[in-house]
Design a protein around this ligand. Sequence first.
Ligand code: NAD
Length: 255
Amino acid sequence: MRLADKIALVTGGDSGIGKAIALEMAREGAGVMIDYVGGDGPAHALVEQIETFSGKAAAFAADVSNPDEVDALIAQTVKHFGRLDILVNNAGVEKKAPFLEMPFEVYSKIVDINLTGVWLCSQRAARQMVKQERGGRIINISSVHEDLTMPTNAPYCASKGGVRMLMRTIAVELAPHGITVNNVCPGAVDTPMDAALTRDPKKYDALLSEIPLHRMAKPEEIAELCIFLASEAGAYITASSYVIDGGMMQKSGNL
Ligand code: NAD
């Protein structure tokens, strides 16, 4: 098992990509703290699912954009599991509207969760990792949109672009402590976030035509890359972004 004896915290871990990461990290031997917001049903069902294969998991409700709740989340992880080795900043939201019409409140909420949330969770988790003196891993679920433009999605693109520079900068600062920091950048993944796309045959066909491998990613494929980065095999990798997009970023428009 590639993560035996490791303790991982996955934000927004009760749905989509985060759920797959929590599940697959637990299968690889990690004790997993599942952070969630909203109803506790899915998070507790996931804990039970992990326990069916004798995995270790717990769930805790915390909004990643709220400093007090993030402090409580880290404290609860350490109280329950004894320490924290891997942080996966997965929680994220998007809401599209033309730039000229986007309300400030919507912009602000997206940046608060997608960028400030990564800053907060990383800082508080890194303080704990430094105290433990055994290194650590921080993995951000960013997006191809940390680099690729997407009209009507400026707050999301800005937040992910911010996570790119945040990751590179703190990776350098945290390197002396043996803490690596990297981004995983999916293209289109089949999760509730993209449900509106997959339900509409016209939009779905248009999306697939943008992807050279002609399919969306499965959440488990994103989880596998995270496990690689969190495992011993990823020990020398830091300050980098890993695109996992079926070739979407290279679309050449060869009509
Ligand atoms: P999802 O909607 O299934 O999951 C998002 C999770 O974040 C949910 O569990 C949600 O409750 C949680 N969340 C939202 N606000 C939160 C907050 N304030 N505090 C804590 N948790 C909060 O969507 P997903 O597709 O699994 O998205 C996961 C991550 O992957 C996001 O960061 C997203 O930007 C990124 N991503 C998704 C895709 C895709 O195509 N689905 C592509 C690239 C990147």
